[in-house]
Design a protein around this ligand. Structure first.
Ligand code: PLP
Ligand code: SF4
Length: 382
């Protein structure tokens, strides 16, 4: 247990060492002991006025919760800490666009034939199986629903969604999302995955989860065994900063890899958190050392209270240009903008145009190359 007698807080790591280790590595303990009050937060950090005020003022708009594990990664004395900024409410969220909070910029509801099942692409769907998360990220795209149990599916509604999937033989790939699907306990998750596996045309099951980042102890041997029994199961996680790639996260990801689950990562480009080439480079490189393939870099979506996190698309393109050729090819994700019509790639290309039989391309170092590439069928030699 955390002893409130220790005061003042020296380091967040010191806080952690006060907790019984077997409690600490129990994912349910982490969930029960999530930080949800200013008083509890003071056990971990010295909040600045913008945070203290932010906690009060965002209360009626968007919930906050932080697992002790994730809190232990926060810098206690630096409000600019990239971990802290993702999860501690701040008055910046109240700037000018907070009324856009219920926004559904991707028109997900319009693309949901049954509740919480987004059928936007022909052959694959996103299935929001829960509205719960380990932590409520301040920039979340689904603020309209996360943490709101009344929007979650009950058993009958889950069955209704599964019936839809069974009836639509064009669907080959089902992405479990939310909220965060790993908020479900193993039994409920196994029930859903088992039902999906019983549908012959569904080849691929995917899980989108932030648990390896926010509560890595969720990745238990039992969970891995269940996933391995239902292959092919792919998993995409969501690291935004190298600071989140801890030894505990590495162990969780290693377990998944050993269970044969291919791992990808989706990062959101966030101003002041990861919007510079060095930070992204370190993150993507380190992900690869953890055997996680960077998959997408998302442009931050227009959502209420996230103005301070958003960059321009041109800034994102420029960052990707800076990464080209400076990381292993598979360490570079695709920079995308999600739209109601699907994801649109924004990663710049080296193609510079054609002149006659030559195509001009530009290498990462700026060198221009003329490639002989005639735009006609070869003349048959008779
Ligand atoms: C992103 C997304 C998918 C999966 O798309 P991929 O590009 O194949 O990863 C499926 N459905 C929806 C609604 C999505 O937003
Ligand atoms: S874990 Fe994902 S769905 Fe949940 S609050 Fe964070 S970004 Fe939103």
């Amino acid at each position: 247990m955390i002893h409130s007698t220790v005061n003042p807080v020296q380091t967040t790591a010191g806080r952690r060492s006060l907790t019984n280790q077997s409690d600490w590595i129990d994912w349910k303990w982490q969930m029960i002991h999530r930080i949800r009050s200013l008083e509890q937060l003071r056990d971990w950090i010295t909040p600045v006025p913008g945070e203290i005020e932010g906690i009060k003022r965002t209360k009626s708009f968007f919930r906050w919760r932080i697992t002790p594990y994730y809190a232990s990664l926060m810098d206690p004395d630096d409000a600019g800490c990239p971990v802290r900024r993702q999860v501690v409410p701040h008055t910046d969220e109240m700037e000018d666009d907070v009324d856009l909070l219920d926004l559904d910029p991707l028109e997900e509801q319009a693309h949901s034939p049954v509740k919480n099942l987004i059928h936007n692409y022909h052959d694959r769907v996103a299935f929001c199986v829960t509205t719960e998360c380990a932590v409520y990220c301040r920039y979340c795209l689904r603020k309209r629903m996360v943490g709101d149990g009344t929007q979650a599916l009950n058993r009958e509604e889950l069955q209704e969604a599964i019936d839809y999937l069974a009836a639509h033989t064009e669907i080959r790939d089902v992405l479990l999302t939310g909220g965060d699907p790993l908020s479900l306990n193993d039994e409920n998750l196994a029930w859903i995955i088992g039902r999906l596996r019983a549908i012959p045309h569904i080849d691929i099951i995917r899980i989108g989860t932030r648990y390896p980042v926010l509560n890595p102890y969720r990745i238990t041997d039992d969970l891995c065994r269940m996933l391995a029994e239902n292959h092919p199961v792919w998993l995409n996680t969501h690291f935004n900063h190298a600071k989140e790639l801890t030894e505990d996260a590495r162990l969780a990801l290693d377990k998944l890899s050993r269970a044969g689950v291919p791992l990808g990562n989706q990062t959101v480009l966030l101003k002041g958190i990861n919007d510079d080439a060095e930070t992204l480079k370190e993150l993507f490189h380190k992900l690869v050392t953890f055997r996680v393939r960077p998959y997408y870099l998302y442009h931050a979506q227009l959502i209420g209270g996230t103005r301070h996190f958003r960059t321009t698309i041109e800034q994102g393109i420029e960052l990707m240009e800076q990464l080209r050729g400076r990381l292993s090819g598979f360490a570079i994700p695709l920079y995308v903008l999600d739209t109601p019509h699907g994801k649109v790639p924004l990663t710049p290309s080296g193609y510079r145009g054609r002149k006659g039989d030559y195509v001009t391309v530009q290498a990462y170092g700026g060198e221009v190359w003329q490639e002989y590439n005639p735009d006609r069928d070869p003349t048959p030699e008779s």
